[in-house]
Design a protein around this ligand. Structure first.
Ligand code: F3S
Ligand code: F3S
Length: 111
């Protein structure tokens, strides 16, 4: 799948959200996250990100960004009662008021 990396934290441009044909880019309070199993590898998002935060990862050779993306969807984020799982549509989920603890700490440090 494609993944988003930390340059998104300060930009949060959201151009990627508008071009994704399957609406699989979800908005955490720290940055945005591509759903690793909902993404169909079309690559449209990578081309439009102004800070080049998006890149392709082979699932057999995961990077830290892919590992974190799985965590974002598969674990219980602070303030939530259940994992996000696979909602199959970011628009209906909307912006989340939480993120992985590492991203929440980064936001607190920037504020
Ligand atoms: Fe972030 Fe780039 Fe999308 S800055 S919100 S990954 S267009
Ligand atoms: Fe969407 Fe980007 Fe995947 S546009 S389908 S998240 S490659």
């Amino acid at each position: 799948p494609y993944v988003i990396s930390d340059p998104c934290i300060t930009s949060r441009d959201r151009a990627c959200v508008d071009v994704c044909p399957v609406d699989c880019i979800y908005e955490g309070s720290g940055r945005l996250w591509i759903h690793p199993t909902e993404c169909i590898d079309c690559g449209a998002c990578e081309a439009v990100c102004p800070v080049s935060a998006i890149y392709y990862v082979d699932a057999d050779h995961p990077t830290d960004d892919l590992t974190e993306a799985h965590e974002f969807f598969d674990t219980v984020l602070p303030g939530r009662e259940a994992p996000l799982g696979s909602p199959r549509g970011a628009a209906k989920v909307g912006p989340l008021a939480t993120d992985l603890p590492r991203l929440l700490a980064a936001g607190a440090a920037a504020a």
